[in-house]
Design a protein around this ligand. Structure first.
Ligand code: MG
Length: 374
């Protein structure tokens, strides 16, 4: 890693705006490949821009979060989910005076490594390459931003800062490096959870996989609904739903902030953050209520017959495509054919399939596993 000098205006701006426990751009561990400083953008702004301009980011528009395109066009895609996470994460970051540029880059990158068809696709690819190290979306995200994205002539990948790479690579895994404990990284995890717990209910109701009455036994929803009904009596079902979803997001964000404020002010440096036993998260009450909501969503929505049918279709398509490309790797696009020797056929085929959008994967499968440049 090579540290990049940071312009003086940014050092002054961050000194004035950020809390002592926030990550300062000047303290970044830098990038794998040396680069000179940019005149008017800091390192994390540059990371954000690199992510937004990447092919992997654009493809999030056609990758599913929970519901596929076949079900209509109201529900969240992987891209709009990502934007909601970025929005919530920035709210948390500003309230806690954290480094918003870093938080935004982390949030926009947080789902880059998902293959087509979300966790169903991930499971299938993991089985396909079980004998070759398996497949995991966090590890794949690192491969994307370090190797597979093409941006510079001198080196592969996006050459992101170590903080963004570690935030991405270690999310959800037990192993925890020093910078993976940054508050900026922790709040993106909380924002992700707030976003999906709220929008999955909204989408499921709009898609009529659920009815409002089904949520009567879910504490967090029932309490939020009560509060909404106290403020506005006689809302129709759609307005009621939207108001309760808004309330759900608001109460979770407020809960995270309240919890954080009880301990972060004692932290005087990033070192204190790293050594602190406390973590960003929800109160015990809200944590339990979210677990109850998630269990409900799992049983009633994620295992809904309509979604299970889609899941089965998607999984067999991906598995068949994997076999077809491993058998005839010469059908891979040239960029991937060039990686066959260094990466081996199974990993190369997995990289190619993981990069596909849901739509492109189904089209490729219908054409008999014969791909092209997406
Ligand atoms: Mg996410």
């Amino acid at each position: 890693m090579t540290a990049t000098p940071v312009p003086q205006w940014l050092v002054e701006r961050e000194a004035a705006l950020l809390a002592p426990y926030a990550m300062q751009s000047a303290d970044s561990a830098g990038r794998r490949h040396a680069e000179s400083a940019h005149t008017y953008r800091g390192p994390y702004q540059r990371d954000r821009d690199r992510i937004i301009h990447s092919a992997a980011f654009r493809r999030l528009a056609h990758k599913m979060q929970v519901f596929t395109g076949d079900l209509g066009d109201y529900h969240r895609t992987r891209l709009t989910h990502t934007l909601e996470v970025a929005s919530i994460a920035r709210t948390l970051a500003r309230a806690l005076r954290l480094n918003e540029d870093l938080v935004e880059a982390l949030a926009l990158a947080h789902d880059l490594g998902h293959p087509p068809f979300g966790h169903a696709g991930e499971e299938t690819l993991d089985e396909c390459v079980a004998g070759y190290g398996g497949f995991n979306h966090n590890r794949h995200a690192l491969r994307l931003v370090e190797e597979l994205e093409i941006r510079y002539q001198e080196f592969p990948g996006l050459n992101l800062t170590r903080e963004v790479l570690e935030g991405q690579g270690f999310r959800g895994e037990k192993e925890c490096s020093v910078s993976a404990r940054l508050l900026e990284i922790q709040i993106v995890d909380a924002a992700d959870s707030i976003a999906y717990d709220s929008h999955d209910v909204d989408d499921a109701l709009e898609l009529e996989l659920l009815e409002l009455a089904d949520l009567g036994g879910v504490t967090i929803w029932r309490d939020a609904r009560r509060r909404v009904e106290k403020r506005w009596a006689n809302l129709d079902d759609v307005r009621l739903r939207l108001a309760v979803v808004h309330e759900l997001i608001d109460l979770q964000v407020s809960d995270v902030l309240l919890q954080a404020k009880s301990w972060v002010d004692a932290l005087k440096s990033v070192e204190d953050v790293v050594n602190s036993p406390s973590r960003i998260g929800f109160s015990n009450d809200i944590e339990q209520q979210k677990a109850e909501l998630e269990q409900f969503l799992f049983d009633a929505v994620y295992r809904h017959p309509k979604l299970l049918a889609m899941r089965e279709k998607a999984q067999s398509a991906l598995a068949e495509m994997f076999v077809a490309f491993v058998r005839e790797p010469e059908r891979l696009p040239s960029g991937f054919r060039n990686r066959l020797v260094s990466e081996g056929v199974e990993r190369t085929v997995t990289d190619y399939i993981a990069g596909m959008t849901d739509r492109f994967a189904m089209q490729t499968h219908e054409r008999g596993g014969c791909g092209g440049d997406q």
